[in-house]
Design a protein around this ligand. Structure first.
Ligand code: ACO
Length: 439
């Protein structure tokens, strides 16, 4: 009886024994619990997937209570300190760190894909001057699908790898062109010989008044920020990637769906909101009144709280350290002092303590980005560039997992029973109201 769970149905007095694997029972087994043979069977109800595992995964491990984050078994702090973004991207995609030869091949493969068709540039020129960079990124990722019809063969391993390399190579270019477009600046072609983050900075700032920001310390800081954002197991956007991908839509369309999910203020859009919040608070003196407003439910403390972390987000700790290195070059962003004081006051307050609300990755990332010359509108795009690696690793895992099928949750229908249509509804005879509307 070890590794089993027994449920007694008090409606019938029957007992059901389920196998427990990884502290989990299969929701489909619940369907055996029936009152009558023609009964549909029992389901589990879990809005927002608070307690439902949708997959087995070997990519990322999080222990939210202990504040642990690991990619493929390696602690995030070690990876951020001792590896480069392309090395960690290789690890997340392939499962192992690259040796010297594998790294050379990986970098060469990414470089080959650092370019986009002229039509894509024209496509991007069609956006309004004030288009949000995330809207441009989402749409352009989807548009790439039309350029690569071969990407539809999602079950073919070579196609999978080809698409993965293409997207990792191209996403910083689309992001940088979106930025240049919004500034009315010409596009800067990638310089593939540069490092991944360095090249991105080159495409943003070459031939602009911010050219001085192409600094090696800032490039390494961006590289570290990219590493921290690569993957975070089954978060909202990754779940979107898997849900869209499960229909066998090609990876460009799937990743557009994932990026769209990331854009929301409760997810990747939070770092943009943190900066707006700090601007609104304005000075340290205003913090107590702001915190009071949070406790009374008038607004949220953006950059705080997490579905999984009920302890300090380990990424926030590393970002705080990286911020100091960035400020050595750029000068101190005054908002860091405001944010640190906000954190200090919140972490001593019963409201936040009892709910286990700690700073998440977004609390400090925007402050660094701002010091590096990037404006709030770009923050979520900066999140999407490295997260593309995680989305793609998760997508490939999904596609190759024989246990997976098209994602299709159940519902509990609570609407009307069958109703009769009113007699006034007769096809071909529009009502007076709808005629009035069209006039
Ligand atoms: N400020 C104030 N109160 C909060 C906050 C916050 N930032 N976050 C959670 N709470 C409160 C809730 O109101 C709730 O209180 P209650 O029990 O009295 O009703 C309690 O803490 C539990 O919060 P939930 O909303 O149930 O937590 P959930 O797991 O659903 O939400 C989320 C997590 C969306 C991240 C939430 O904490 C939030 O909105 N934070 C602010 C936005 C943010 O920073 N998002 C970035 C997340 S990290 C990322 O996506 C990269």
């Amino acid at each position: 009886m070890e590794n089993t769970v027994t449920i007694i149905d008090n409606r019938t007095g029957k007992q059901y024994t389920f196998t427990d694997t990884h502290d989990t029972i299969r929701a489909m087994d619940l369907r055996n619990i029936k009152v009558a043979p023609d009964d549909f069977g029992m389901m589990s109800y879990d809005p927002a997937f608070m307690n439902t595992a949708s997959c087995e995964s070997r990519i990322t491990f999080i222990d939210g209570d202990k504040g642990i984050l690991r990619y493929r078994g390696y602690d995030i702090a070690d990876l951020a300190e001792r590896c480069s973004f392309p090395q960690v991207a290789y690890l997340v995609i392939h499962g192992e760190l690259p040796d010297a030869e594998q790294e050379r091949e990986w970098l060469a493969a990414l470089r080959i894909h650092m370019g986009i068709f002229e039509n894509i540039k024209k496509f991007m020129e069609g956006f309004r001057y004030d288009a949000h960079p995330m809207g441009m990124l989402v749409s352009t990722l989807a548009a790439l699908s039309t350029f690569y019809p071969d990407s539809r063969h999602v079950r073919d391993h070579e196609t999978q790898m080809h698409c993965i390399r293409r997207i990792i190579g191209k996403i910083p270019i689309i992001a940088a062109y979106g930025y240049r477009h919004s500034k009315g600046l010409d596009y800067i072609s990638p310089e593939p010989k540069l490092g991944y983050a360095e090249n991105f900075m080159h495409m943003l700032w070459d031939r602009s008044p911010l050219e001085h920001l192409k600094h090696p310390v800032l490039a390494r800081a961006l590289d570290v920020l990219f590493i921290l954002h690569i993957d975070h197991e089954q978060n909202c956007s990754t779940n979107a990637m898997r849900a869209v991908g499960s229909s066998e839509a090609d990876p460009f369309l799937s990743i557009a769906g994932a990026a769209a999910a990331l854009a929301g203020p409760l997810h990747g859009g939070a770092n943009e909101e943190v900066l707006k919040m700090l601007d609104e608070i304005g000075s340290i003196d205003n913090i107590p009144a702001f915190i009071q407003g949070v406790k009374e439910g008038h607004h949220k403390l953006m950059g705080f709280g997490h579905r999984v972390y009920k302890n300090y987000d380990p990424r926030a700790r590393i970002i705080k350290r990286t911020a100091e290195e960035v400020f050595e070059v750029t000068g101190r962003n005054k908002k860091i002092d405001l944010a640190m004081e906000l954190e200090r006051i919140a972490l001593a307050d019963e409201y936040f303590v009892s709910r286990k609300l700690y700073p998440n990755v977004d609390f400090y990332s925007g402050i660094i980005y701002e010091a590096m010359g990037l404006e709030a509108k770009m923050f979520t795009v900066l999140f999407a560039i490295p997260r593309a690696v995680g989305w793609l690793a998760q997508w490939q895992e999904l596609i190759n997992d024989p246990a997976q099928k098209i994602a299709r949750p159940r519902q509990i229908y609570t609407g009307y029973e069958r109703r009769k249509l009113p007699d006034s509804y007769t096809y071909g005879a529009p009502s007076e109201e709808s005629l009035a509307y069209t006039r």
